[in-house]
Design a protein around this ligand. Sequence first.
Ligand SMILES: [Zn+2]
Length: 74
Amino acid sequence: MGRLLVLVLLAVVAVWLIRRALRAPTNSTEVPKKTEDLVRCAHCGVHLPRAEAHAAAGALYCSDQHAQLGPGKR
Ligand SMILES: [Zn+2]
């Protein structure tokens, strides 16, 4: 009876190890690194990197033209 108990325990441990290995995320390869956050033009609503945005009057715009035009209606 002792051998059967050991076998059952081994089976449970094996299943647990396999499930844990399957569930473990592979962080090493796929880490989507966010390089830049996107901002929204206050006039036309287009998204662009923050570095390319034009700031005016507390809002961000995609171009100098839209910065002069001001916030859009939507
Ligand atoms: Zn715009």
